[in-house]
Write a protein that binds this ligand. Sequence first.
Ligand SMILES: Cc1cc2nc3c(=O)[nH]c(=O)nc-3n(C[C@H](O)[C@H](O)[C@H](O)COP(=O)(O)O)c2cc1C
Length: 369
Amino acid sequence: MLSGLELPDFRPTSPLRMPDAVRDPAFAYEVGEGPLGVDEVARVLFAAQGCTGRAWGRCLRAAPSAGATYPLQLYVAVNHVEGVEPGVYKYVSPAPFKHMLAPVEQRLPPGRGAVTVYIEEISERTTSVYGERGYMYVREEVGHAVQGAMLECSILGLAARLRALEPPVGRVRYCIDVGPRGRRLSERGVAAGRLPEPAPALLTLEEAIAARRSVRRYRREPLSLSEVSALLSWSLQGEPRPYQPPAGRYEVECYLVVRDVKGLEPGVYRYLPGENDLEMAASGDRSRRLAEACLGQEWVARAALNVVLSSRGGEAAEVEAGMVGQGIYLAATSLRLGTVAVGAFYDDEVASELGARGRPLYVLPVGRP
Ligand SMILES: Cc1cc2nc3c(=O)[nH]c(=O)nc-3n(C[C@H](O)[C@H](O)[C@H](O)COP(=O)(O)O)c2cc1C
């Protein structure tokens, strides 16, 4: 057992929901220097990598992981947290909803704000299973962890900024500065668009963080257009979108492969986040062919709809796809819908099904569990 600072067990207490988190996002503010309370820091870390359940003799985490290989390790540089000695700590969550900080001698650049969360990528955990493809998965997982932490910061009323380390420090390429809110940096504009009012979130954000799991079995029931509107609005809609772009500009495009949504003809649609609008790209149900392009994964064929993310960008776009992916998981969970991140597919076949520009990064089937 590691010795260190035990953090309070994670329990959902905030009444705020996903629409609250995206309305006033943490990344829209300058990060102040503190102090923060230890419970706030604990919640932010938990939302990124906390243990939320056990399977196959290991912890499942708040963020999904390709083949449950869990390549990420978080470190925290504490500058100004009440009751915590400044220094570098390793984040450990060894059992469901339990977690701690273990002091370590880790050479990391001094943090900014009250704390800086460093994300170490132990890529070989994933590439030893998935080969070269595993590097994309790891970067997507960085995005999942970042967006989990960012959304939690948003409902706690904190400020947070994602930062890329240039050059990387060892295997750490991204970090998040967290602190109290300073000056507001950007205003979020959200167009009404043509999609209906989003369906209400049935769970609080923290309940969704605790409950998120990959779901691969869906009932043969349609989704409503207001559910689709909620999924898109909490993960992608607006200018800026509800997440900070890792490349400094948004690089991810979003397509919907619709099979069974009330009020939407089956087909392929491009989603325009700035306008909150859907543009039909092809008609007819393509979900069976999309499933074949995903190595025959049946959940892709059976889902009411598949969200497909693609980009012409590089590695930062893969992180961005993970941020959107985490938004879709938490939105689906909040709506009592199910989704699973699918990274295993033939890129060229998925791209040709969609007529997509760029390289496909993720397929996320969504249905009613
Ligand atoms: C980058 C990435 C790629 C994934 N690819 C697939 C996939 O192709 N098929 C699948 O069924 N699940 C896939 N998953 C889901 C993982 O299997 C799942 O997250 C993991 O088993 C942990 O379970 P949980 O998400 O329920 O916590 C992927 C997850 C990630 C993050």
